[in-house]
Design a protein around this ligand. Structure first.
Ligand code: ADP
Length: 162
């Protein structure tokens, strides 16, 4: 049985992330989507909100679990028995960072392998940052995110947070 982990900020989860989650869930017995608590970035959504949105989006995929973690991703992977780290590669701009992460994770925990999934062309331009930017300028974000995430963004708009 292979458990894989898909770590990230997911602030908020986009249709690009969901594409990776669906594809990875078909490749591994279990997929843990792991929401990073201690990101260097200041998140728009609390970790509880990010987890809740992901759970709603993934509720129909039985082998996907959503969890949050603090600290080093490899430590959380080890504690959860995950041996594969899943990451999405959108463009060459992602490559350098992702290679550095993959090598570091492997050096810290030799049993861990990173698997990169090439982002679907359809979502290759999409990022959580772009979604927040679009929401800030009152654009329709329904193309980029699921209805529950859109509703959460609209609520943030109403309080002037985005
Ligand atoms: P991080 O802050 O760790 O980069 P993100 O939530 O931005 O977290 O991304 C988590 C993972 O999802 C990364 O591997 C990233 O490359 C991937 N990803 C981000 N946006 C997309 C997208 N539009 N399509 C596919 N993968 C994506």
């Amino acid at each position: 049985m292979t458990t894989a982990m898909y770590p990230g900020s997911f602030d908020p989860v986009t249709r690009g992330h969901l594409d990776i989650i669906k594809r990875a869930s078909r490749m591994f017995d279990k997929l843990i989507v792991a929401v990073l608590i201690n990101s260097a970035k200041t998140p728009l959504f609390t970790v509880e909100q990010r987890v809740e949105m992901l759970r709603e989006c993934c509720k129909d995929i039985p082998n996907v679990e959503v969890a949050s973690f603090d600290g080093l991703t490899v430590n959380f992977a080890k504690a959860q028995g995950a041996t594969v780290m899943v990451r999405g590669l959108r463009a060459v701009t992602d490559f350098e960072n992702e290679m550095q992460l993959a090598h570091t994770n492997h050096a810290l925990l030799p049993g861990i392998e990173t698997v990169f999934l090439a982002t679907s062309i359809k979502w290759s331009y999409l990022s959580s940052t772009i979604v927040k930017e679009a929401a800030h300028y009152r654009q329709d974000v329904s193309k980029f995110v699921t209805p529950n995430v859109e509703a959460a963004l609209l609520a943030k708009q109403r309080c002037g947070d985005v």
